[in-house]
Ligand binder design. Structure first.
Ligand code: UTP
Ligand code: MG
Length: 575
């Protein structure tokens, strides 16, 4: 998987890559020529005592070294730049792909894994790219060149290479194949650490409230130890690698000197050639070592590339059609037409054959017990999910034929879990309409019954991530204000009044027709008081519509509704 990913992401930098390869080639040739020149100095300068020759050849060697240094600097600079660019582009690709995911795709991977994939996994690929450009491209050139140069120095001694090189390659291959599977495990365990960490940070209050610190600490320790164990096993193999290489290198030097001495003694070889041969042997073994670093890095990067590619290859379930139809100007009526929905892999659908018409100027309410499918129904409207059967229409057009952005511009939603983005109160509210003036902000806050506490804090008061420095009720009101600020054809409130007391709830609802300027309103609630004035109330039970009508009509005829009302009345009366 590594190669296709790299090929795709290196394409914009192929000119740099080409230059890197050329520079590394020149650099390696320079490195290979030095021991030969050194041998010449010894054989024809030192042995004969020709100082002029020594200086001349020495000067050439200095020059070649200069070229080598210049090439190395250029190659590392360009290689590092290309590798880092690949990392940046990969992160960007993962991020923008994840942004287009619908809830279903995002939950398939899970947030912690998506974070690991866009950080740690990208880093692995970036690392292997960097290593390839800075050292590994040299390996094959150096190995082939080294063998040729060694043969030129002394054919007889070169027979040693036939033993040493395959031995080293074999050992490295053996170690690398044992390490490969461990790398996949490491990435998975990093995922797990992220998951546990995330859960503990977001759930810290629950953990403290139930005194679960000890067991949570254990859970983290377990995940941590598992990562440690796997990393340690990888470490053992890596630790084994270098001594193995050193042993083989030094043993083969001994062999070279041993056999070389005999050959010099018999006059078959010159002293300088022995020195050069030793140098070439080292260069060859170094290149084998570099190649084997590939064995260490590539398996891990392949696993990472696979994990990144899995994200990039996932098509968002909800996409903009190639030829989206336009919504007509004016207010659109949004309706569900026999819509059903089932979660992937679930046996029972969550919603069965729901029909609902949301017209301008009318307030529709959906009431039902927890798990009845209310939020699922709400998610269908702005196309956060698509129905598995039936359709959602806006102005009579199936929403799957529309640009989701255009549809969403027409709907303003207060989600059940009010999420506020970090910043100031003003910036949080302007999230829905950046150009809103301060007066408009205050009008929305007034309508959301939030101006009282905001006046005390000021519009520039800080909002922490998720709105965590506000009470549940304050958060809900800010989310309502944010939604009211956006002009829309349909306003949806998913259980948004639950944290408000009855009086505030009533005042807020009384102001809604003005605040929404006569748009359609959908209120989802569990509390009868919140919805009793609605023009139409839809009673939802286990994903089915079991009654619809006004409060009076339902009270007269609908058993489920009566039950809900009675259960809540008795609670109120008791209070
Ligand atoms: P809903 O989230 O639509 O219920 O889930 P609701 O009516 O809004 O409930 P409250 O009042 O907010 O508590 C409906 C069903 O869908 C399933 C659950 O099993 C639930 O019973 N569900 C929901 C999933 O399977 N996966 C999800 O991600 C969400
Ligand atoms: Mg809900």
């Amino acid at each position: 998987m590594l190669l296709p990913v790299l090929r795709r992401f290196l394409r914009p930098y192929r000119r740099d890559v080409l230059i890197v390869v050329v520079l590394q080639f020149v650099q390696t040739l320079a490195a290979l020529s030095l021991p030969s020149l050194n041998a010449d100095i010894i054989n024809d300068g030192v042995v004969v005592g020709d100082i002029g020759y020594i200086l001349r050849v020495g000067g050439v060697m200095l020059l070649i070294s200069g070229v080598q240094v210049a090439c190395a600097i250029g190659a590392v600079y360009l290689g590092a730049r290309a590798a880092m660019s690949v990392g940046r582009d990969l992160r960007h690709a993962v991020f923008s792909r994840v942004q287009r995911f619908s809830v279903a795709e995002a939950s398939r991977f899970g947030a912690p894994s998506l974070i690991t994939r866009s950080t740690n996994d990208v880093q692995q690929v970036q690392m292997v790219t960097l290593m390839t450009f800075t050292i590994i491209v040299m390996a094959p050139i150096m190995m082939v060149g080294g063998v040729i140069m060694a043969l030129r120095q002394d054919v007889g001694l070169s027979a040693l290479l036939l033993v040493v090189v395959p031995l080293l390659l074999g050992l490295m291959g053996l170690i690398a194949t044992r390490m490969g599977p461990l790398f996949r495990l490491i990435q998975e365990r990093i995922d797990r650490i992220n998951r546990v960490m995330r859960e503990q940070i977001t759930g810290v209050r629950v953990i403290r409230a139930f005194n679960r610190q000890e067991s949570e600490r254990e859970r983290f320790a377990r995940a941590n130890t598992e990562l440690f164990d796997t990393s340690l096993r990888v470490g053992y193999f890596m630790a084994l690698m270098f001594p193995t290489v050193m042993l083989i290198m030094n043993a083969s030097s001994v062999a070279v000197v041993w056999f070389g001495a005999g050959r010099i003694d018999s006059g078959a070889m010159e002293v300088g050639s022995l020195v050069a041969f030793l140098n070439y042997l080292m260069q060859i073994l170094m290149s084998v070592l570099m190649a084997s670093m590939m064995f260490m890095l590539v398996p891990r990067a392949s696993v990472s590339a696979e994990r990144i590619d899995a994200v990039l290859a996932t098509e968002p379930g909800i996409v903009r059609p190639a030829q989206p139809r336009e919504l007509p100007a004016g207010r659109a009526v949004i309706e569900l037409d026999g819509a059903s929905f089932g979660f992937e892999g679930a046996a029972e659908p969550v919603l069965h054959d729901i029909s609902l018409r949301l017209e301008p100027g009318r307030t529709t309410a959906v009431i039902g017990s927890t798990g009845a499918g209310k939020t699922t129904l709400v998610n269908l409207l702005p196309r956060l999910i698509d129905p598995t059967a039936g359709a959602v229409r806006a102005a009579g057009i199936d929403v799957r034929e529309l640009d989701p952005a255009e549809l969403r511009a027409r709907i303003s939603l207060v989600p059940q879990r009010a999420y506020l983005f970090s910043g100031t109160i003003a910036s949080t509210l302007r999230f829905s309409r950046p150009e809103a003036t301060d007066e408009e902000l205050w009008a929305a806050l007034d309508a959301a019954q939030a101006s009282e506490f905001v006046r005390e804090l000021g519009l520039d008061a800080r909002v922490e991530q998720g709105g965590s420095n506000f009470s549940g009720g304050q958060r809900q009101r800010l989310a309502i204000a944010r939604a009211l600020l956006k002009p829309a054809d349909l306003y949806v409130f998913d259980d948004s009044f639950s944290a408000l007391d009855y009086a505030t709830d009533a005042r807020l609802r009384a102001g809604l027709p003005t605040a929404t300027a006569g748009a359609a309103v959908l209120i989802v609630a569990q509390r009868v008081a919140t919805i009793r004035d609605a023009d139409e109330i839809v009673v939802l039970d286990e994903g089915r519509v079991v009654g619809r009508g006004t409060h009076g009509e339902l009270m007269a005829s609908n058993e489920t509704y009566q039950e809900i009302v009675l259960s809540q009345l008795s609670v109120q009366e008791a209070a």
